[in-house]
Design a binder for this molecule. Structure first.
Ligand code: GDP
Length: 530
């Protein structure tokens, strides 16, 4: 029997995992996928046998560097739920991509390394989730290693991030003495042992805190400490409040060890009960409910040359309402043209399966011949628009040139496509033009990726010459001011991708000085209709 639209939507959970690099996001993602049987479901187990990298890290460079660069989406079914995990790069140089991906998530899982606590990148990503008001669930990882005390970690989450925390479970000991996890709702204790560390899964055991056997396993000292800490939490800690969790005001906290798949099943079960189904979205036509019968989706990511075997460009669309059906016609809001969503893909790492239907909360990937842009809306009816995507100003600039003039065409194509993906910002030097564009990126590592991808995907060797500028601002088309800025050694006037006048500046102080000295108003974003 097929499920109703309402039932389909309620069964969906779409979330992103946010963390500082090395906290264990790849490990946790893999455990969740394995746990949900996704690797088996997606077939092709044989091909994956030899792969030691995580299923979500599919770009060659990601494998070489051991970091996750691009965000991909993975779907699996578990206990009647359809779970969509949005993978986000943890490295700060790719935060722009991550921020856009977060616009497609209904909740976030914040992963924290128990030894490191709340780190820089976690703070930044947390801020974006907080701004969106989505529920945030915390998983404190690596409890099998020596780390900070759980009370200190909870305190750090509250003080550094400014969100109240509620411990759903509590670790018994930690590091070498790690004995397990106590569930505050049920009083159950899941035991951890050195055997689990060695990968022996048969030793998993649980019991109740009131049972003598469980208490003996824990030992007097740790049991006393557990009792004291739970008493402290019950008396002085926050109360469990689902409404406040939904608003992102309180984060439920779980402890565990992703590597040992310990605490992960309990976490997943609680998370699925507490995390929200696909949320309504604010549009220019009012609130769009996920149960709205017509299909509406928006592009949050574009990725060219997803892998060497396919060499194509995929636009990732978050379905916001209605039902997607294979081959359906939609209207593209920016061009008002009809488009057929012929072969949408559901992406599972290197594999692609053709999708027959999708509902609010799902992510579909469609082939794009260069029409779609990030933020575009595809819907059965024309005219719907959502809030603009977050804009991040580049902070690193370089002039890119090619060694071999015969590769000019491929070079221009590569730069154009990577710009359309939102991977780089491209500017044109007024004196030189497209031959040697100026590229702006948020983080330096993006230049390495640019160089690599131009070579790997377009066969072009480039030279990247750093420029000393740190800021880009936009200016009106005022010839006198443009002349002053062109003549100044403190600035460089360029045209952005939409032919708006922009100016690259050395730093904030010099920008202020220029602004005051010559009465020039700098704008942090492109000027509309200039
Ligand atoms: P990411 O950069 O956040 O994706 O982190 P990874 O998943 O690649 O993990 C970073 C390192 O931490 C790897 O060496 C993992 O094996 C290790 N790691 C992840 N989870 C745990 C854990 O629960 N315990 C221990 N001891 N190590 C872990």
């Amino acid at each position: 029997m097929s499920l109703s639209l309402q039932e389909q939507i309620c069964s969906r959970k779409t979330f992103a995992i946010i963390s500082h690099p090395d906290a264990g996001k790849t490990t946790l993602t893999e455990k969740l996928l394995l746990f949900g049987g996704a690797i088996h479901l997606a077939g092709n187990v044989k091909a994956r046998k030899t792969q030691r990298y995580a299923t979500s890290d599919w770009m060659e460079l990601e494998r070489q560097r051991g970091i996750s660069i691009t965000s991909s989406a993975m779907q699996f079914n578990y206990k009647g739920y359809v779970i969509n995990i949005l993978d986000t790069p943890g490295h700060q140089d790719f935060s722009e991509d991550t921020y856009r991906t977060l616009t497609a998530a209904d909740s976030a899982v914040m992963l924290i390394d128990s030894a490191k606590g709340v780190e820089m990148q976690t703070i930044k990503l947390f801020e974006v989730c907080k701004k969106r008001g989505i529920p945030i669930f915390t998983f404190i990882n690596k409890m099998d290693r020596e780390g900070k005390s759980p009370i200190d970690l909870m305190d750090e989450v509250e003080k550094v991030l400014g969100i109240e925390s509620y411990a759903m479970n509590w670790p018994i000991g930690g590091g070498a003495d790690f004995k397990g996890i106590y569930d505050r709702q049920t009083g159950n204790v899941e035991r951890f042992s050195a055997e689990l560390r060695k990968g022996n899964d048969d030793v998993r055991q649980s019991g109740h805190i009131d049972e003598t056997e469980t208490q003996e396993w824990i030992g007097d000292e740790l049991l006393n400490r557990l009792n004291d800490e739970i008493e402290l939490l019950d008396m002085a800690g926050n109360t469990f409040d689902k409404a406040r969790i939904d608003k992102g005001e309180v984060t439920p906290v779980f402890f565990g060890s992703a590597l040992n798949n310990f605490g992960v099943p309990n976490f997943l079960d609680s998370f699925l009960t507490l995390a929200p189904p696909p949320a309504p979205r604010l549009s220019n036509q009012g609130v769009l409910e996920p149960t709205h019968p017509e299909f509406v989706g928006f592009v949050f990511k574009i990725q060219a040359n997803m892998n060497a075997m396919h060499r194509d460009r995929i636009a990732f669309i978050r379905v916001c309402s209605g039902k997607y059906e294979r081959g359906m016609n939609v209207i593209h809001n920016r061009t008002h043209r009809k488009m057929r969503l012929a072969q949408p893909q559901q992406l599972f790492a290197q594999e692609r399966t053709i999708l027959d239907e999708a509902f609010a909360g799902d992510i579909i990937g469609v082939h794009d011949s260069g029409i779609l842009r990030i933020g575009d809306v595809l819907a059965e009816k024309d005219g719907i628009e959502f809030e603009a995507m977050p804009f991040f100003s580049p902070e690193n600039f370089a002039r890119i040139s090619i060694a071999n003039a015969l590769k000019r065409k491929q070079f221009i194509k590569g730069i154009q496509e990577l710009q359309e993906e939102g991977a780089i910002h491209v500017y044109r030097d007024l004196n030189i033009g497209v031959e040697a564009p100026i590229v702006g990126v948020v983080g330096q590592l993006q230049f390495e990726v640019l160089e690599y991808r131009l070579r790997d995907e377009y066969g072009v060797e480039v030279q990247i010459n750093s420029l000393p500028y740190e800021i880009v601002q936009w200016i009106p088309k005022d010839e006198e001011k443009i002349r002053i800025l062109r003549d100044s050694s403190l600035s460089m006037v360029v045209l952005d991708q939409d032919e708006n006048y922009a100016v690259l500046l050395l730093d904030k102080w010099k920008a202020n000085w220029l602004s005051e000295r010559y009465d020039i108003v700098f704008h942090p974003q492109p000027l509309k209709d200039e």
